[in-house]
Design a binder for this molecule. Sequence first.
Ligand code: F6R
Length: 630
Amino acid sequence: MCGIVGYVGNREATPILLSGLKRLEYRGYDSAGLALLEELPRAVSTSNGHSAELVTSTRLIIEKCKGKVTDLEEIAANKPLHSTIGIGHTRWATHGAPSDVNSHPHTDQNDKIAIIHNGIIENYAHIRDRLIARGHSFRSETDTEVLAHLIGEFYSQNHNLTESVRLALNEVVGAFGIAVIAADDPNEIVCARKGSPLVIGVGNDNEYFVASDAAAIIAHTRQVIYLSDNEMATVSRSGIKTRTISNIEITKPVEVIDMELEAIEKGGFAHFMLKEIHEQPRTITDAMRGRVIEEEGNVILGGLQNHLKDLRRAKRLIITACGTSFHAGLIGKYMIEQYARVPVEIEYASEFRYRNPIVDDEDVMFAISQSGETADTLAAIREGKRKGSLALGIVNVVGSTIARESDAGVYIHAGPEIGVASTKAFTSQLTVLALLTIMLGRMRHLSVVDGRSMIRELLQIPDKVQQTLDSTERQITEIAEIFKDAANFLYLGRGYNYPVALEGALKLKEISYIHAEGYPAAEMKHGPIALIDENMPVVVIAPQDDVYEKVLSNIQEVRARKGHVIAIATEGDEKIKELAEQVIFIPKTLPVFTPLLSVVPLQLLSYYIATARGCNVDQPRNLAKSVTVE
Ligand code: F6R
């Protein structure tokens, strides 16, 4: 989704902004732009008309285009821009198609102010009509340009920049993360947020950064201030002033981000997605680190320690999430209901937030989110909290909005996930859900012996994931070559592997643009079977668990209709070799943990099919890494 970066200091702003924008490319975007304030020295005659005095004025320069940051870089290279203050943006179109004119930054009616904006201004049409009646004219179709003009209205009434932004924001309805500069205020960036993340970086030597994602500024500083909703800041070379949008001055703590630069670089892999798939043995270990007490067959999740009573008392758990995180949650439901015997409801956050769900104070909600910024998930936990539920987060990005707004939670510690298609976050979410299952189980009916054997098996999962990567990757590149031109794929699984089928299909469609559907294997006969013919590859997840024989029957049904079966099976399974055209083996584990292994070949399959089709794996079309709009 859109990205924001800003800089004020003593260095050239353009390279800092461009490299920051490149770090934000993974979020998904369709155009990019910069606004800079260039100081122009000019000679002015003195009153006696003899000598000349040097004064400076400031010019607002905007460069923007549809396309990639490299296109913007080329434009900037051809026009050396000298400035020590500026803002940069990557846009993901909401109002108005991707185009040069709709790209950010946008300016006000006097071309004095430039703004970049993440989010959506919901009442923009109403404000635009009002401004048109006052003589304004607009170049773009965007809601952001309307906000620029509204700020410009106040600015032209002699309010300073901070106050003009503040007054304008008091009139808008919707979500925003913004950064604003003005030609007549060449020392400051004004930024604000509501519903869209914004972080301010504190650098050395009186330099400061603004970003929608710490990844954009981590190369320069680890010291940051997170703005909360309805807060704004005036950032200048002499420091940061923070206030609420209702004009109450506030003091914000400077926090230190724990993120290494290598974590957001490719480290020799062709794509971030492949790197992240390969990181999973380590990230699963990190998700468990310090959390298991093997001897007691139990788990300690530090973030939940103050809420053990609520968890013990809970009559029902509600999990809410979107996309891949939803699939992890669905597996979590199966795990928790089997081992802890607590009823779990799981619902897409986008549905939950709008349908007046039944929630009470005996429920405990879990919001699962990699980014911690997904607008629907955030709104769902706010709704749950409003209805009296305890809201807990299972989140990756430290300091993200969901992490901060939940009553408590558990970080999955997967490190930055840059590839748009979520991979390592999924397995880390599953690991945390498995730990939660053991903890909830031990509070209820799970014996120490059973808890211990689950933990022992879980501790072996990182090695088994490594084994899966080592033994299947080459074979999967060959399978990808065979099926890369298929128009459709079907993914089937049962029990714990039904959500894995959903996840495998989601991964394939996201990055290869092949239509794919995930189904509970037994449901195939109730409809999708009509689609099966000699052109249909069917991926069947068939580990040797208690529904194994049933899944074999489903494979027979596919074969009888000439479908091509690619099976994910337990190593040593000779029987399945006779039934499936392709068999990818994974190590044996407890059924509850098979998703942690069975998803790995599906991630690789989608990756290799997408690369064989020449798709942009890390930045698939139309997708955004963190979906901060509804
Ligand atoms: C799929 C994917 C998305 C996200 C979804 C939720 O690969 O990345 O489906 O899983 O947008 O995002 P988070 O987990 O950040 O809330």
